[in-house]
Design a protein around this ligand. Structure first.
Ligand SMILES: [Mg+2]
Length: 117
């Protein structure tokens, strides 16, 4: 796994955008739409597949999955930068909240929402 910090990745996506003068198109709404679109493109690669067919799809489409996941991160980094959100700190805080919502003793091995634990 790469140890590239989020701050360096953010600087790279901002430079990529600035070189193309695309910030003018990037309202928070447009970036949120882009994030959802890229997540949907990721989903489409696995849609309708189950079991072994899904496993094969994930293997056979790995390069496309990598690209779409990178697109999701790209949009996420831009949106977080524009909204001045420290993603690393946000994730730490969300994990702490989720740990309270999903105590290990109640949620381990169970795929149910917190209000059904
Ligand atoms: Mg894409």
């Amino acid at each position: 796994m790469s140890d590239t910090p989020l701050a360096e990745l953010t600087a790279r996506v901002l430079r990529h955008r600035d070189e193309r003068d695309w910030a003018q198109f990037h309202t928070p709404k447009e970036l949120a739409i882009s994030l959802a679109v890229e997540a949907s493109e990721l989903l489409a690669l696995m849609q309708w597949q189950t079991g072994e067919a899904l496993t094969r799809a994930v293997t056979n489409k790995r390069d496309k999955i990598v690209d779409e996941l990178a697109d999701v991160l790209h949009s996420t980094l831009l949106l977080a930068a524009d909204l001045k959100i420290d993603l690393a700190e946000a994730l730490k805080q969300k994990l702490a909240k989720d740990a309270l919502k999903y105590p290990v003793e109640k949620s381990k091995g169970r795929a149910v929402k917190y209000d059904e634990l």
